[in-house]
Write a protein that binds this ligand. Structure first.
Ligand SMILES: [Fe+2]
Length: 206
């Protein structure tokens, strides 16, 4: 069986008493025996319900923003895996998860699951450590908050860079046009749908 991609939608709020207004996509890639989890987001139970009795090979983090990582440590403990993230986002991890450990997810790192290689590509700009996960065999890329339908992710923080995220997008746009883009929020798109708009995005500046 080839690897399948599954989306788990979870929601939460930075204020625990507030309504669950932030929706995130958690992505699972795997077969009936093993699975990789990308961005556990808001609800470890919801993710583990979809994992079922499969072995979790790795927990990969696209970037250190709270909504993507808040259940990463809990999920990792429950399945016996240390989450992996680019170390340039360590400062964001510490804000949300304190001294909980993570392992490095370096540019070019490859994780094998269900006969498929998942390759980390450092795509900074939204955050310094933002990383996309390429699944070439599946014709898919998991972009976190780096690329959405209609443009790049926000670069409004001091540690963000619009110029840098545009460079990251130029790299992603060398992928085949039919590559499916699975972002950290909302709907999926394709490289071929988004790439023609890069100049518009540069001109508008966001
Ligand atoms: Fe983000």
């Amino acid at each position: 069986m080839t690897a399948l991609i599954t989306r788990v939608l979870t929601a939460g709020n930075s204020d625990p008493a507030g309504p669950p207004i932030h929706e995130n996509n958690t992505w699972l890639i795997g077969d009936e025996a093993e699975v990789v989890v990308i961005d556990p987001a808001h609800d470890a139970n919801a993710v583990l319900a979809v994992v079922g009795d499969r072995r979790v090979v790795a927990v990969l983090i696209t970037h250190g923003h709270w909504d993507h990582i808040r259940k990463a440590a809990e999920l990792g403990h429950r399945v016996g895996v240390t989450p992996r993230m680019h170390p340039a986002d360590a400062f964001l991890w510490r804000e949300e998860l304190g001294d909980e450990p993570f392992d490095e997810l370096a540019d070019g790192a490859v994780v094998e699951v269900a006969g498929t290689g998942l390759k980390a590509r450092h795509t900074p700009g939204h955050t310094p450590g933002s990383t996309s996960i390429l699944a070439d065999d599946l014709g898919a890329v998991f972009t976190g908050d780096t690329l959405f339908p209609g443009g790049p992710g926000a670069t409004r923080w001091d540690y963000s860079s619009f110029d840098t995220i545009i460079e990251s997008l130029e790299g992603l746009f060398t992928l085949p046009d039919d590559t499916v883009v699975h972002p950290g929020h909302g709907d999926s798109t394709t490289i071929g749908t988004e790439a023609p708009h890069l100049e518009e995005w540069i001109e508008r500046g966001w």
